[in-house]
Ligand binder design. Sequence first.
Ligand code: GDP
Ligand code: GDP
Length: 436
Amino acid sequence: MLKTVAIVGRPNVGKSTLFNRLLGQRKAIVEDFPGVTRDRHYAEITRYDKPFLLVDTGGFEPQTADQLLCQMREQSQVAVEEADIIVFLLDARDGLTPADREIAAMLRRTEKPVLFVVNKVDGDKQEAGTVDFYRLGMDAFIPLSAEHGRGIGELIDALEALLPEQAAVAEVETEVRLALIGRPNVGKSSLVNRMLGYERVVANPVAGTTRDSIDTPFMFDQQRYVLIDTAGIRRKGKVSEALEKFSAIHALKAMDRAHVVLMVIDAVEGITDQDLTIAGYAYEKGRAVVLLVNKWDVPEKENHTMARFVEEVRRRCKFLPFAPLLFVSALTGQRINKIMPLVAEVAEQFNRRITTGQINQGLEEFLAKHPPSLVRGQRLKFYYATQSAVRPPTFVLFSNRPDDVHFSYERYLVNCFREKFGFDKVPLRLQFRGRG
Ligand code: GDP
Ligand code: GDP
């Protein structure tokens, strides 16, 4: 499981600049899918030796001093509760402010590591003016310039000293881990109650990886499942709804550990920007996704109500065309008994292995049916393919010109793999490699 690093600090100290600097480049999803919110506040950072989940806890601008204080309290609270490492960002241009002292006082209560980082130290001149920050009482701080990249290496070194060594091998998994994700009040805990009411809970819930997260194992159709962070779903009112909505750290952490993400959408409100942000993360991580439209008892139905809803979700969630959609009601129980059979089917596809013989027989067919076009006068050739991973199913195709496979041809091949081998409900990845 990835460790979470949260950036905390007043507005305008440079949190999102630092976030983008550490991210390095914007990920494909932002460019490829218009409508997915551009303003991102979390990302898996993988370009350094140790990967981590980075969260920018800023984002909504308070209008008044009271709101500012309130927001900072909540931010710090979320950071302290949810993050593993806290980066407290200060601003060399503003110097030490009362608000900084307030945040420092709140962070002092945590036992989690806090890195003090002074931003906007663009040159030696600014660096000389930073001694004042020692009045916060820390042993050391890292001066840097998020905008110009100065000092970023020192920050990475400090983070990596705190991050654990990566696990070398993945253990063999026999259980399917489910995460139930969605905004507050969409009906997650009602759904949990319904679902666990139907399925046989095999053991007492066991403590998860963080102090107050509880995972609930249960059996369905002779397969063992674990519902992640059941306690977190049921726990209410710890942070304000606005912040919960915004930070979504909980959802991200649950998704990190999940195989299948059950994304709950409110039938009354439809799919929201936050739903898309979360769905986007599931997509990037290659998770299997089942979309549950809950509260389907509420809308008045006419002939095309469901079809129109499907169309709307598909239009906004273009990057998840494979995710099955189910209309349910935790209140009336409508189609609740369809959830687990669907999850089972998705999990089976997600874990399915195809033999190399079958793959290459299929590949020959796909190529014969629709041969690749010439690239600069040369024929693109594929020699051989094999499945390199499950969860998500991933295939490596060896080619004479792996970098020249056109996007449209890749899409053609992905669709062929889906159809031929029955991967219609899960993400599927193709990788092109040279013959080595
Ligand atoms: P946030 O509200 O904490 O997310 O702050 P932003 O990242 O939006 O940055 C606020 C302002 O500070 C922007 O105008 C940035 O361009 C500027 N800024 C951020 N980092 C630096 C830096 O290292 N040096 C200087 N001079 N300005 C910076
Ligand atoms: P959570 O915050 O996502 O865990 O949502 P809850 O399960 O606490 O549900 C929020 C509210 O929506 C509660 O008042 C539930 O009774 C109500 N609710 C949940 N599911 C349904 C449903 O399928 N239909 C209707 N009409 N209300 C529901």
